[in-house]
Structure formats: C-alpha cells, structure tokens
Write a protein that binds this ligand. Sequence first.
Ligand code: UDP
Length: 330
Amino acid sequence: MSNGRILVIGGAGYVGSHFALHAMKCGLQITVMDNLSTGHRAAARDAEFVKADLADESALREQLSKMHFDGIFHFAASCLVGESVANPSLYYRNNVLSAYTLLEAMRATGHDRLVFSSTCAVYGEPMQVPIPEDHPTQPISPYGRSKLTIEWMLEDYERAYGIRSASLRYFNAAGCEPRDGLGEDHRPETHLIPAVARYALGLVDDLVIFGDDYPTSDGTCVRDYVHVTDLAEAHVKALACLEDVPLIRLNLGTGAGYSNLAVVEAVGRIAGTRLSPRRGPRRPGDPPKLVADASRAANLIGWKPSRSDLERIVSDVIEWFSRHPNGYED
Ligand code: UDP
C-alpha cells in the first residue's frame, strides 16, 4: 500500500492531522480535505489541501471523480458529548448526513474502501469493563447515537453495495507530535490532559475536576488514553486488512485506565509543579470508567500501542504547549 493515494477528510483536525503525518511517513500520497471549521490549515502541513465541506456534495464528487483513492479516511465530525445533548441537530447533520453524502459519492465514483472514526461512546454506560466490541451498544448521547447510526449505515452499504469499511472505536485520543509541529488546539479546550497541562504551565488560571464521588478507587472518572500516533498506525493497518475482511469494527485503547486525579498527578510531576485543582460537580454524560478490551485489534490487524504510556503522552502535550502557548497561532 505504500505509494497508494488516500483522501483524508478532516485531515486538518487533531486526529486527522496526526494520521496524515503518519501516513505520509509510511509513503502514502495524501490529499487532505477539510472545511477548517475546527481544524487548522498549518496542521495539514504540506499535504495537498482542498478546502471543502463534506456536506458540499458537488465538491466531494468532483474530488472523487478527479482521481481514484485507494482508501478514504473520514475524521471530519462533531465530537463533544455535551454539545450534542444541547444541539443534536448539529450532530445528525455534521455526522450522519455528511457520512451519507460521502457514501453516496463513493458509490457514484466507484470508491470502496473507507476507514471511519468511531468512538467508545457507542457503548453508553458500560455493563462490563474492559469493554469488548460485542458489548451492547446503547449510546446515551446524540454524539454516540450519530456514530452508531453511521456504523449501521456502513454495515448496510457493505452488504448491498460492497463498500468495505473499518469503524475504529477510539477510547481517549491523547498526546501529540510537537517535534513535527502537531499538537492539540481545541477551542474551547474541554479535554482533560490538555486542560491540566495548560494549567500546569500557567496558561490558564483554573482547573476543575468534574466529580469526585464516582465508584472508582479515588472517586474520579477513569479513562483509557491512547496516543494519537498509535491511533494513526491502526488506521493504516485497518485499510490493509480491508483487503481480506470487508467489514471491521475495532476498539482502539490500551486496556489500562487512569483516574482524573492520576492524570493531574502525572502532569504535575512531569511539569515539576504541585497542582491543586478545584473539585466541581459531575459533568453530565460522563460514565465512571471507560477502558478498552483491545484484543481484537491485536489479533485482527496486529495492532499494539507502543507510544501510549501516560508519561510519553503527558510529556508530548507539555512540550507542545511550552512551544506553542497559543496553539497553532504561534
Ligand atoms: N475532566 C475534568 N476537567 C476538565 C476536563 C475533563 O475533570 O477540565 C474530566 C471529564 O469529566 C472526564 C475525564 O476528565 O471524567 C475525561 O474527559 P475528556 O473530556 O478528556 O474525555 P472524554 O472521556 O469525555 O471523551
């Protein structure tokens, strides 16, 4: 597959840009398509870049008619649980409708390989942890429902039209590649590790830990953090696997969980400062514990995360914000 040509939709966003970097290093020819609504032009680096919205059916068809892609990678989505509860319309349009538009454009232009960013939010409140792929899917947010709806569409499109796809259910994407100029720059920043790192570096005055009365060892939520370049590696492997397996669903996580306070402790230790965050109420929609059973990814595509220890993740994020206190504006 090296030398293959791929389309990376949402390749200027956080996960998409790290994937594009990794794919380039693997020798793939990249075209990035992004509407820059949340992504950053600089994050797409020197890849061929098309500024277009995925919902713009004619721009998409034009792109797919112009050249053939050996794989299409779809990262462009709205992805905040709280926002999805307040504004589900955005999630059904940006996620479900855009995926439909993409699938129809693929059908019309003879493209039949898709790797799709899904999420552990498709499971809802876990009944069993670590969570295997055959755990019941009962998402509790419009975000999780929108992603599960797309997974169902992919199943139907494979059966009826032969469009092969891999749905990769991310646990907590984290870390970055500061030495290649890639980091995290979400506005507003709602994710734990960048929020704690910014606090530790004095870039923000406040840090609140949402809830300390969960049924976990220290009362705070537990999450499975997986380095974004490990995620990227899984996408390349998933595309190769589509050759033999037409419909793939995989958890991408490490199987290890860290509590929010353990993350605060690690960031403080690595930044060389003692952190005392405020304690706040629970954030609606947060399950107590999300940890992946990722054995299927190991068995099916030979994926084993190698960059996902918490020290490495936190060090990358601290380095990024030390070099780029204003994110991609620096
Ligand atoms: N969290 C927190 N303070 C923050 C941001 C996040 O306590 O400023 C908590 C959040 O409530 C959850 C965990 O950190 O328990 C991970 O949240 P994040 O948004 O990073 O990822 P999620 O698991 O929601 O995808």
